[in-house]
Design a protein around this ligand. Structure first.
Ligand code: PLP
Length: 371
């Protein structure tokens, strides 16, 4: 007896985009003291969100409203678009999967940055698409290089994350608008704005839902502190947004999560508070890096990428030495970013632990390198 996998699935390796920190903790038999590696928001959701979700919990027996009417209206008001321009999904991760299924089939070409967010690649691979990967330049996504690759390959999707993960850098919105104006006619820009709330004013391009070739992706996982609720949204042309209904999981949204998300978008004071905490934490991480003779890359996100000053093998040794000291961080996986480690803005306690353990981890990595 055997399972008749499709040819394409049979050829795919069984990979997961990220190993969760819980998996690592189980393997180690020990929990982390500082969980600052998964780009979560340690500041959590607003008290108003917690109250709304707590109130809603007894109704968890109901399937969630598959139209997400209240949440879409709250978002539309906040963004200055109509509810028809918004699709709710299981985080950006879920929405990327849905949108890719609409466009990618075996052989379709897709352009992204080498070392960019791997869940995008994971979904493209699942649909049999061909990934064309353009290296980062000066720790930024190389917009001209990406555009050039999209033109040369007649790509169906161009994925850009602004601000980006894993380097934490960003382009001004005017540059993204220039990119949009120069797209090949058959290329749809997937603009991942997971971290946009932490970025300087003007990082988001103007909201324009008239262009069917731009889909923007945002989330409640970062600034709103709701990663576990799994709620994200796509913004785009109403016809493109409607087409999500062809393949999406209509009852895939967490009922309590979407009630919490509507409360979150209405509590911009909390977002401002989190932004201020993140700005403070970034400064502290820059100072910790400098105190250890290292340079941090200026960040527009809730994490700071620290250049360890050597190659990827050395940065991995630093990361592992931090893990040995119960500090969970991650690192970029492609050159040249893999000379760095990526450290999330934690609570004061998290950052105290990181500050205390970082010098020892660097020393251990140097010793492992034979220096
Ligand atoms: C660039 C980027 N996009 C999307 C996500 C995932 O967002 P969500 O939790 O909404 O699936 C992340 C999470 O780390 C990210 O870094």
């Amino acid at each position: 007896m055997s399972v008749r996998y499709t040819d394409h699935i049979r050829r795919l390796p069984s990979t997961v985009p990220f190993v969760g920190p819980e998996t690592t903790e189980r393997q180690r038999g020990r929990t982390f003291r500082a969980r600052i590696g998964a780009n979560e928001s340690v500041f959590g959701p607003s008290p108003k969100v917690i109250a709304a979700m707590t109130d809603a919990l007894a109704d968890i027996w109901k399937y969630a409203d598959p139209e997400s009417f209240d949440l879409k209206n709250a978002l539309a008001e906040n963004l200055g678009v109509t509810p028809a321009n918004i699709m709710i999904g299981e985080g950006i991760d879920g929405l990327l999967g849905t949108a890719i299924r609409l466009i990618v089939e075996p052989g379709v070409k897709v352009v992204t940055s080498l070392g960019a967010y791997p869940t995008f690649n994971f979904h493209v691979n699942a649909s049999g698409g061909e990934l064309i990967q353009v290296p980062f330049r000066n720790d930024h996504e190389d917009l001209d290089g990406l555009l050039d690759a999209a033109h040369r390959n007649d790509a169906s999707i161009l994925y850009v994350s602004n601000p980006d993960n894993p380097m934490g850098t960003c382009w001004p919105g005017s540059e993204i608008e220039r990119l949009i104006d120069s797209l090949p006619s058959g290329t749809t820009l997937f603009l991942d704005e997971a971290y946009v709330e932490f970025a300087p004013e003007g990082t988001a391009p103007r909201m324009n839902t008239d262009n069917p070739n731009v889909i923007r992706f945002r989330t409640f996982s970062k600034a709103h502190g709701m990663a576990g609720a799994r709620i994200g949204y796509a913004i785009g042309h109403d016809e493109v947004i409607t087409s999500f209904n062809k393949v999406r999981n209509h009852f895939g949204i967490n009922c309590t999560g979407q009630i919490g998300a509507a409360a979150a978008i209405r509590d911009q004071e909390w977002v401002a508070h989190v932004r201020a905490c993140v700005e403070q934490g970034r400064e502290r991480l820059y100072a910790i890096a400098a105190g250890n003779g290292l340079q941090a890359i200026p960040s527009a996100t809730n994490f700071v990428t620290i250049d360890c000053g050597r190659d990827g093998v050395y940065a991995r040794a630093v990361l592992e030495a931090l893990g040995d000291r119960d500090v969970f961080v991650r690192m970029p996986f492609a050159e040249p970013g893999n000379r760095c480690i990526r450290v999330g803005v934690g609570t004061d306690d998290d950052l105290d632990i990181f500050e205390e353990e970082f010098p020892g981890a660097l020393k251990a990595a140097l010793a492992a390198a034979g220096d």
